[in-house]
Write a protein that binds this ligand. Structure first.
Ligand code: MN
Length: 470
């Protein structure tokens, strides 16, 4: 090998070069990433709604010795606690031994994903078919939800106050639900419409059944709404619900597909709901892995990010701040000082550069699949509107933590300037005077019913969050 010239050496010293996990990692390290993905995939299959993600999260936490906590309970150093917020968001904390006024480290992800929620009077019949009316939740491209197998997940609180869980379409042998589409032979008018107008929200009606109720004498019932009656009877037999119980329900239509490896080399995972459970799972595993840390670490799995982080289970709620008040009260500190010295990774997915659609990305500043977890100094749209925009100092601090721990990471910007944009929970956490920066796993086909992520990037998210907690 010939000696490097001064120019070549200086270039290596002075220039930034993004590297993929395959350039940097040993075969053993790459295998660790694949092994980590197995646990994630299993967890994700149990977590198709925020409620299910809370339950699956608690399962992991309890197995690691975490105990239930309610606001007001005593807290002491060394405690492993989780707060189940009304079944819809989850706060897990490991209380460190250092003074609480040193601040806490927070990894905040979200566990809600785009889906089709049922309306309050969802069940109707049209020409022999029984349907559910839906009202979509979050940013969806409507055409993607048509002609794919769908499942029904959620809860119904009955008139007597009892809440029953519903999960149809994901167990082996289960029937699935579906939204039908036009045949190409008759789609002339629809094909002429812009993609965003070809499908309407009110048109996203889900097929539930197609057969009439049969009376005991073997004859079709003379009652009208025969298919709707048939479906209501089946639901009543299985769950004990009547039509009025839909009024007090949270039922969602989600893709029936479970996680699966994508590509013959098995380096991608395809699934519904990577956004943002692909950061939620690492937030929990990092919390558990960093338990030797003297810091107090908190993992937040929030709800409602898809519709603006609103409500008691969203990140605009003061509960995170209340929790810091409780930590300060119990451990002897001024809560305002704790917040002032706390730091947060707003752990949410970012857009991965898609070679199939290069025109919407600015490649130099886009996250590349397999090049590690993506750090986004800012998100937002139209001149950084609606972004937290972390400081140079915080990005510098986090960058050093990652580099010292050998984390593979890259910067991430959602796409070209003025092409679109998006937001995260970061600004709502920063509102509490907590320094926050966005970081997350790059996703292909974000918000689609079947999103793709890299196993290497997933593992680096875990390693990044663990380094931050340590
Ligand atoms: Mn997200």
């Amino acid at each position: 090998m010939s000696e490097k010239t001064r120019g070549q050496t200086l270039k290596e010293e002075l220039f930034y070069k993004k590297k993929s996990a395959f350039e940097v990692k040993t075969p053993e390290e790459l295998q660790q990433a694949k092994d980590y993905a197995v646990g994630y995939s299993a967890w994700l299959d149990k977590s198709k709604t925020e409620r299910e993600a809370v339950e699956a999260g608690i399962e992991l936490l309890e197995a690691a010795g975490y105990k239930p906590y309610s606001v007001g309970d005593p807290i002491k150093a060394g405690d492993r606690l989780y707060l189940n917020n009304r079944g819809k968001s989850l706060f897990a904390m490991h209380v460190g031994t250092e003074p609480i006024e040193n601040g806490v480290r927070i990894c905040a992800a979200h566990i809600d994903s785009p889906r089709l929620d049922l309306k309050q009077h969802p069940l109707f019949e049209n020409d022999g078919f029984a349907y559910f009316k839906t009202h979509y939740y979050g940013g969806i491209r409507k055409y993607q939800w048509i002609t794919i197998p769908l499942a029904l997940h959620g809860v119904v609180t009955k008139a007597d106050g009892e809440t029953v869980k519903i999960r149809i379409g994901d167990e082996p042998g289960d029937p699935v639900l579906c939204i039908s589409d036009l045949l190409p032979h008759l789609a002339k008018n629809q094909n002429g419409r812009p993609l965003g107008q070809a499908f309407t929200g009110e048109g996203l009606n889900v097929i539930l059944g197609s057969s009439p109720f049969i009376e005991e004498d073997g004859k079709i019932t003379p009652a009208d709404e025969k298919s709707k009656l048939n479906i209501m009877i089946l639901l009543n037999e299985k769950y004990g619900i009547t039509e009025s119980d839909f009024i007090s329900a949270e039922l969602s239509i989600v893709p029936a597909q479970n996680t699966v490896d994508v590509g013959l080399d098995r380096w991608l995972i395809g699934s519904y709901g990577h956004d943002d459970r692909v950061c939620s799972y690492p937030a929990l595993t990092a919390l558990m892995e960093a338990e030797e840390s003297v810091h107090t670490n908190i993992a937040v799995l929030a709800d409602k990010e898809g519709i603006g982080s609103v409500g008691v289970s969203g990140m605009q709620c003061v509960l995170l701040s209340d929790l810091i008040d409780e930590l300060a009260k119990n451990l002897g500190g001024n809560p305002n000082v704790v917040r002032d010295r706390s730091k947060c990774l707003s752990a949410d997915v970012t857009a991965a550069f898609d070679p199939n659609y290069p025109e919407v990305y600015e490649k130099r500043n886009s996250a590349i699949v397999h090049a590690g977890v993506g750090l986004a100094k800012y998100t937002g749209s139209g001149g950084k509107g609606g972004t937290n925009d972390a400081s140079a100092e915080l990005v510098g601090e986090v960058r050093k933590i990652f580099d010292d721990a050998g984390v593979i990471w890259q910067t991430a910007e959602l796409g070209k300037v003025d092409q679109g944009g998006g937001g995260t929970v970061a600004m709502y956490i920063a509102d509490h005077n907590i320094e926050t920066v966005d970081i997350g796993v790059p996703v292909l086909s974000m918000h689609a019913p079947f999103e793709l992520i890299s196993k290497a990037d997933l593992y680096e998210a875990h390693r990044a969050f663990a380094a931050f907690c340590r």
